[in-house]
Design a protein around this ligand. Structure first.
Ligand SMILES: CC(=O)N[C@H]1[C@@H](OP(=O)(O)OP(=O)(O)OC[C@H]2O[C@@H](n3ccc(=O)[nH]c3=O)[C@H](O)[C@@H]2O)O[C@H](CO)[C@@H](O)[C@@H]1O
Ligand SMILES: C=C(OP(=O)(O)O)C(=O)O
Length: 416
């Protein structure tokens, strides 16, 4: 079993190039199953979730050929199966997009219940509500979701919770449906817009993505084309915080600075200098960090996927900070591991109170999920001595070449 070994205390400096967005890639790949032609998808992040998903698409009959590790051609004309029930696909969250895509394409889908990071209950009732409103019959038996529809018909859907997955899944099922589908209280994350742009490029008619009302006018068919995925907002935020926690100075490149607005504002409040360019952010942190309060929210609020990393950063700011997790019911499972490294975090339900400490100590910790693993890397970079992180399979789900990128900035980090 591999682990990461970090010898802390190095100040990060230099440039880091951000990969394509995980949460856009894992939706755009299944979306390509709706296309009667070949899609060339560029700026794909080379991460475990993408590898798993392309394997699942191959087993459905799609031909996926990698031009290089960031560019794939997906030929979905050869897809013959609507069953994706393997255990491996059920381990990832984004497997739920296979339901919307296969239902849209064949009027039928059998897909393993989605897994993903464990933050307590992660229901898919809003996805099911959307498919049913479009005319599908959906049943969950054991660990499999079965969806069938004679014909999908456009409709009006109000989401009871703002859900990234349900918004995208309903868009996928609606693009080839008859008539217009309106999704109200839709999620507004940059990856929602990216998936809509991808589908529109292939001939769909989606308006309003990025606002809370999305209208999808069904079209008869989609054709192939070329598309480049947006940069990963969460990977970018992680490196911004890595620079700050080490008192470093880093150019975070190949990003869309507007996507980082909530993160940049909070880091500025903490006394970090943030300068934005067209496609980069320069982070400079030399002074003591200032405590502040953060609440996670759907976009454009502070992203929950940066909550653990921000909690570590706040742990090194003088004074008392709070972190309120308002998206997931249980996303503080990593805190005991961090407290073993010297942080002083107390969790009350979905709120963490963070007393700043002046130093962290290296320790052996275990990643409890993807972003918790990233938070442990940040803690290790700051800590005195050696930190060993176990269960790095979670980190590999969503960070491309994390140790190479960190090493290029001067971190002492190795995979052993
Ligand atoms: C693959 C992917 O893109 N994962 C992201 C996606 O997850 P995911 O799509 O699972 O997250 P959602 O936006 O759907 O979840 C938001 C909240 O709504 C609840 N909910 C969701 C659906 C539903 O049918 N019923 C329901 O109650 C969830 O339990 C959660 O409390 O968005 C999250 C919020 O930005 C991110 O943390 C994940 O990285
Ligand atoms: C929660 C995450 O991923 P997933 O929804 O795929 O588990 C994440 O990317 O932080």
């Amino acid at each position: 079993m591999s682990k990461l070994c970090i010898r802390g205390g190095k100040r990060l400096t230099g440039d880091v190039v951000i990969s394509g967005a995980k949460n856009a890639a894992v939706a755009i790949l299944p979306a390509a199953l709706l296309v009667d032609g070949i899609c060339e998808i560029e700026n794909l992040p080379y991460i475990k979730d993408v590898v798993l998903l392309t394997e699942a698409m191959q087993s459905l009959g799609a031909i996926t050929s990698f031009e290089d590790k960031h560019t794939v051609k997906v030929d979905a004309t050869t897809v013959y199966s609507y069953c994706a029930t393997e255990e491996s696909i059920g381990k990832m969250r984004a497997s739920y997009y296979l339901i919307g895509a296969l239902l849209g394409r064949f009027g039928k889908a059998e897909v393993a219940m989605p897994g993903g990071c464990n933050f307590g209950k992660r229901p898919i009732d809003q996805h099911i509500k959307g498919f049913e409103a479009l005319g599908a019959n959906v049943e969950v038996r054991g660990e499999t979701i079965y969806a069938t529809a004679e014909k999908l018909k456009g409709t009006h859907i109000y989401l009871d919770v703002v859900s990234v997955g349900a918004t995208i899944n309903i868009m996928l099922a609606a693009v080839l449906a008859e008539g217009t589908t309106t999704i109200e209280n839709a999620a507004k994350e940059p990856h929602i817009v990216d998936v809509a742009n991808f589908l529109n490029m292939m001939g769909a008619n989606i308006k309003g993505a990025g606002t809370d009302v999305i209208r999808v006018k069904g079209v008869e068919k989609l054709q192939g084309g070329k598309y480049s995925i947006i940069p990963d907002q969460i990977e970018a935020g992680t490196y911004m915080m890595a620079a700050a926690i080490t008192g470093g100075e880093v150019y975070v490149r190949n990003i869309i600075p507007e996507h980082m607005e909530s993160v940049s504002l909070k880091m500025r409040e903490m006394g970090v200098e943030i300068e934005e360019g067209d496609d980069y952010i320069h982070v400079s942190a030399g002074k003591d960090l200032i405590a502040t309060n953060v609440k996670t929210l759907p976009h454009p609020g502070f992203p929950t996927d940066l909550q653990p990393q921000m909690t570590v950063l706040l742990s090194t700011a003088m004074g008392r900070s709070t972190m309120l997790e308002s998206v997931f019911e249980n996303r503080f499972q990593y805190v005991d591991q961090l407290n073993n490294m010297g942080t002083n975090i107390t969790v009350y339900g979905n709120k963490a109170e963070i007393e700043g400490v002046s130093q962290l100590q290296g320790s052996e910790v275990t990643a409890t999920d993807l972003r918790a693993g990233a938070a442990m890397i940040l803690a290790g970079l700051k800590a005195d001595g050696e930190t060993y992180i176990n269960e790095i399979k979670y980190i590999d789900r969503g960070y491309e070449c994390v140790e190479e990128k960190m090493r290029a900035l001067g971190a002492d980090i190795t995979r052993i």
